[in-house]
Design a protein around this ligand. Structure first.
Ligand code: SF4
Length: 349
């Protein structure tokens, strides 16, 4: 990989970005806290989907101090549907550390930012360059794609070594002053809007066409190179949606692991037929007046796939150990992850 192409890309990309940048709420001012929240939300989530979440989050927690003392249930509720809930928990953990160690203001260097919980190399580089103009790279999937194509490199982007090598090359050509922010933003924007994945790069709109090795070699669709992922583990689950009057039974998941601390409908780790589901409830001494199939749904996590079957079970009395909540409370108070959306919808009147 040679860095000259990257150096030559700096000016045209910064100029292009200034003329073409999209207006997002987190771009209204260069504020480190706002950039931090938006960057964490944007990991794994599309920009359009993030905007309403970002606005609700900022109005509930407008400062580091407010986030540090956020009630956990409210924090999770505001994150409901965004997925990867550890991001929200880490934001709060990070805010507490910023209060304790930095007097409530985010530190100004990439190195110090990386000492905060949940802030990795990418987020630290994004905040340092966009809020504080540090000439520091922020390498995420978009930036990797753009740069591997520009360089015509077939290095495997799923390898840490490739990311580190690219970060070092970018650090060596980063501009100073406000252009450090423009370069980071330009790379992100180009990756999101122009140099998009698959064979669809919009090279005719790109300010770097003349420099791009992949374009010159006609190999845009082959880059970036990425080794095949391990297949996902499949887990069969049976969900019981217990209804007693106008209330539904939910429980809190354990405080660590997948969807930690969020709420869920009780479940068994097996695909149970209607007959098997009835027999299981009877064997546990749960008295019910009806059991109705609600259908099947799949939810995909990064390394895991849940295949769920759901039953609506009508009870005479509430089951000890479960929280029974109305539909309104399920929507307004308890954070039920989107994995359960299908079944939550199925019990709507
Ligand atoms: S010319 Fe095409 S492939 Fe190269 S950086 Fe621009 S959009 Fe991407």
């Amino acid at each position: 990989m040679q860095k000259n192409v990257l150096l030559s890309a700096v000016d045209p990309l910064c100029d292009w970005y200034e003329k073409n940048k999209k207006q997002y709420p987190w771009r209204e001012k260069r504020d480190a806290y706002r950039i931090w929240i938006s960057e964490v939300m944007l990991q794994q989530t599309r920009t359009a989907a993030v905007i309403p979440y970002y606005e609700r989050f900022l109005s509930a927690f407008p400062t580091v101090e407010a986030l540090a003392s956020a009630p956990d249930d409210l924090l999770m509720k505001l994150w409901e549907g965004l997925g990867y809930y550890s991001r929200a928990r880490n934001l709060k953990k990070g805010a507490i550390q910023i209060m304790e160690r930095f007097g409530g203001a985010l530190p100004k260097t990439k190195a110090e930012l990386k000492t905060i919980a949940g802030i990795g190399d990418y987020t630290a580089g994004a905040i340092a360059s966009m809020a504080f103009f540090e000439p520091a790279s922020a390498v995420d999937g978009n930036v990797l794609r753009v740069c591997m194509r520009l360089l015509g490199s077939d290095a495997d982007i799923s390898k840490e070594q490739t990311k580190r090598a690219l970060a070092a090359m970018l650090d060596a050509v980063y501009p100073t002053g406000e252009r450090a922010a423009l370069f980071t933003e330009g790379l992100m924007e180009l990756g999101e809007a122009v140099c998009i994945p698959g064979g669809e790069a919009r090279c005719a709109l790109c300010p770097l066409t003349e420099l791009c090795e992949a374009r010159a070699g006609g190999i845009t669709h082959l880059l970036p190179a990425k080794s095949a992922k391990k297949p996902r583990k499949i887990l069969e689950r049976t969900l019981f949606i217990f209804q007693c009057g106008d209330r539904f039974g939910i429980r809190k998941r354990p405080e660590s692991g997948l969807l930690a601390g969020l709420y869920e409908f009780p479940a068994e780790e097996a695909a149970l037929s209607e007959k098997e589901a009835s027999a299981l409830l009877c064997s546990r001494g749960i008295a019910f007046s009806s059991l109705t199939p609600l259908g099947e749904a799949t939810h995909i996590f990064t390394h895991l796939e849940w295949r769920m079957t759901g039953y609506l079970v009508t009870l005479e009395k509430e089951i000890d150990g479960l929280i029974f909540a109305t539909r309104e409370a399920l929507s307004a108070v308890y954070a039920l992850p989107s994995a359960f959306r299908f079944f939550k919808k199925a019990i709507e009147p």
